[in-house]
Design a protein around this ligand. Structure first.
Ligand code: FES
Length: 245
């Protein structure tokens, strides 16, 4: 974990609720896709945990869903704003021993960490299938960006206004050859994916409510097969066999 100042370079509204933000700063503490940063905002006692969508040596890409005053204030930050940021938090996805055709499943803003993950898998010669689920077509974002990476991409929306009508778990039927999953989204979606019989191996990234964000308060603890584990410290990514529902 590293505390440093990141500078807002750019923000762009993607949907009614979702924004892209690029920050410049020292990304040396970030070691794996699926990790997150925790950003302090003036006048707010708690930092805001945001999943890292992608990063390089000096820049950080965040895809931020506005869920309250803090995140609304964050996405209104103008270029040049300096943000006190804890980076390199959480374990992230483990890319070792990944088979050649995993499926990446994202629900809503859970798509964010899958973007950096897909890019890094492709760099390793692994061709992921990406399945993204949204409530409506208006909520969908980063489709061109995922397609631009060269991924096989499937979309679902609950109202059928874009892609396949239904839930993102329905899309796994179109990728029946995949048995390994990397997934990020709300807990009911993670549970639904966990129950799919064809996905025998997987890494599940949780979106828990957090307070400290670095393991001190125990506020994000979930029960696992190995006992209580903190989503912010031992997670947010857990393997399928660790999960108990
Ligand atoms: Fe404090 Fe996880 S948020 S231990």
């Amino acid at each position: 974990m590293k505390q440093s100042l990141f500078t807002v370079e750019h923000t762009r509204q993607l949907t009614d609720e979702t924004y892209e933000m690029v920050l410049s700063g020292d990304t040396s503490a970030i070691t794996a896709p699926g990790q997150f940063v925790n950003i302090a905002l003036p006048g707010k006692s708690l930092r805001r945990p945001i999943s890292v969508a992608n990063w390089d040596k000096g820049a950080l890409l965040l895809l931020i869903r506005v869920v309250g005053d803090g995140t609304r204030e964050l996405v209104r930050s103008v270029p040049g704003t300096e943000l006190d940021t804890l980076s390199g938090l959480g374990n992230g996805f483990d890319l070792e021993n990944c088979p050649k055709n995993p499926i990446l499943i994202g629900g809503g803003v859970g798509a964010a960490p899958l973007f950096g993950l897909a890019g890094r898998l492709l760099e390793r010669g692994i061709s992921p299938t990406v399945a993204l689920g949204f409530r409506t077509g208006k909520d969908a974002f980063y489709l061109k960006e995922f397609a631009g990476l060269g991924c096989r991409l499937f979309i679902s929306t609950e109202d059928g206004s874009l892609g396949t009508k239904g839930f993102v778990t329905d899309l796994t039927r179109t990728a029946a050859d995949c048995t390994t999953v990397f997934v990020c989204g709300p807990t009911p979606m993670l549970k639904a994916v966990w129950s799919l019989p064809g996905l025998t191996d997987g890494q599940y990234s949780f979106e828990a409510r957090m307070a400290c964000g670095f393991g001190a308060c125990m506020g994000c603890t979930i029960e696992t097969a190995n006992g209580p584990r903190r989503v912010c410290k031992e997670g947010p990514v857990f393997r399928k066999e660790e999960l108990v529902w």
